[in-house]
Design a protein around this ligand. Structure first.
Ligand SMILES: [Fe+2]
Length: 174
């Protein structure tokens, strides 16, 4: 059973995941405005992933017999200096989300709420991947510097990214 505190923090996480979708959609818009379709695609997929994460928390709370109460979503940043700024902000945001998942895991562990611990494990691994992704592209952008050809090559690479429904959601739907 979910404690009051755990339920409260899980509800907040639905909001943080929805904010993440908003945040990455703002980045998608920036990339579209720069005609960088591959980078825009990267953030489009990222946005879809975040919506899926919100859905996972939303469904989990209901499955645990909890009630979901939604809050307002904060306004995302509207201006970015350049692509490196975009990915640096994205990386910092992912580090924040990781700290949120760890907080949830700490509460669930202290509560001996094993179902929640099991549910959260997927997110611990997912966050590691997210941080790796952002850090990798950040470093590549630093290497690229002002080299337009290299930037367009990376843009073409990022155009290949496709959204796949997270495994726990896909199995749940069956
Ligand atoms: Fe997420």
């Amino acid at each position: 059973m979910l404690s009051k505190k755990l339920l409260q923090e899980l509800r907040k996480q639905v909001g943080y995941e929805l904010y993440s979708a908003h945040f990455y959609m703002a980045m998608e818009a920036y990339c579209v405005s720069k005609n960088l379709d591959g980078f825009a695609n990267f953030f489009k997929v990222q946005t879809e992933e975040e919506r899926a994460h919100a859905r996972m928390f939303f469904d989990f709370i209901h499955r645990m017999n909890g009630e979901v109460v939604l809050d307002a979503i904060d306004k995302p940043p509207a201006n970015f200096k350049d692509l490196l700024d975009v990915f640096t902000q994205g990386y910092k945001h992912e580090q924040f989300v990781t700290s949120r998942i760890y907080l949830l895991m700490d509460i669930a562990t202290a509560d001996k709420e094993h179902a929640t611990v099991s549910f959260l494990k997927w997110f611990v691994d997912e966050q590691m991947e997210e941080e790796e992704n952002f850090q990798k592209i950040m470093k590549q952008l630093e290497l690229i510097g002002d080299n337009v050809n290299a930037l367009l090559m990376l843009d073409r690479e990022l155009a290949q990214r496709v959204f796949t429904v997270p495994a726990p959601l896909a199995t749940q739907a069956q």
